[in-house]
Design a protein around this ligand. Structure first.
Ligand SMILES: Cc1cc2nc3c(=O)[nH]c(=O)nc-3n(C[C@H](O)[C@H](O)[C@H](O)COP(=O)(O)O)c2cc1C
Length: 156
């Protein structure tokens, strides 16, 4: 087990979790999922999520277990919401400001516009990521994303 690296992700629907778990398996490191305090299920959860992302709000999240400051590299993963980072990951980054030594970032999306989300995560952390990668939710659901994980992991 590589104790110098950590994968941290948020996932509402399971797609980002799948990628995070495969990245962690490839890097042989631990993985931590950010948990909501308030459920985002259903149409109202979807609408609230989009609104929070647009307004750059910081919703409450459950306390996380691992201190990112103890790792040489933290891989951050988020779904794209309204073209930007998912609000729970925004909260996590705000709560751990200044604690990231090096980061790598991935995002999962339905369309093709993950670039802005990837860039915003880097800006929130105040540093240039070692590697960035976008995953289409379709390739993740189809189970055809192993080679993309491999490319991403190889760049770290
Ligand atoms: C509130 C909300 C807003 C979204 N906005 C976008 C978007 O702007 N662009 C995009 O490509 N996908 C968008 N999506 C799709 C998700 O990014 C995509 O399905 C992602 O893989 C979901 O990850 P998850 O299953 O880990 O939650 C949105 C999804 C939600 C729930």
């Amino acid at each position: 087990m590589d104790s110098n690296r950590l994968v941290v992700y948020y996932s509402r629907g399971g797609v980002t979790r799948q990628v995070a778990e495969m990245v962690a398996a490839r890097l042989k490191c631990e993985v931590e999922g950010i948990q909501d305090v308030r459920s985002r299920r259903g149409l109202f959860g979807w609408l609230r999520s989009g609104r929070e992302a647009v307004r750059r709000e910081l919703p409450a999240i459950r306390p996380t277990l691992k201190d990112p400051g103890e790792y040489e590299l933290v891989v951050l993963g988020s779904p794209v919401w309204a073209g930007t980072v998912a609000s729970p990951l925004r909260t996590y980054i705000a709560q751990n400001q200044g604690r990231f030594k090096r980061i790598a970032v991935f995002a999962t999306c339905g369309g093709v516009d993950a670039d802005r989300a990837l860039q915003e995560i880097a800006e929130l952390c105040g540093q240039r990521p070692l590697a960035t990668r976008a995953f289409r939710n379709r390739e993740v659901r189809a189970g055809t994303f192993a080679s993309t994980v491999e490319e991403f992991a190889a760049a770290i």
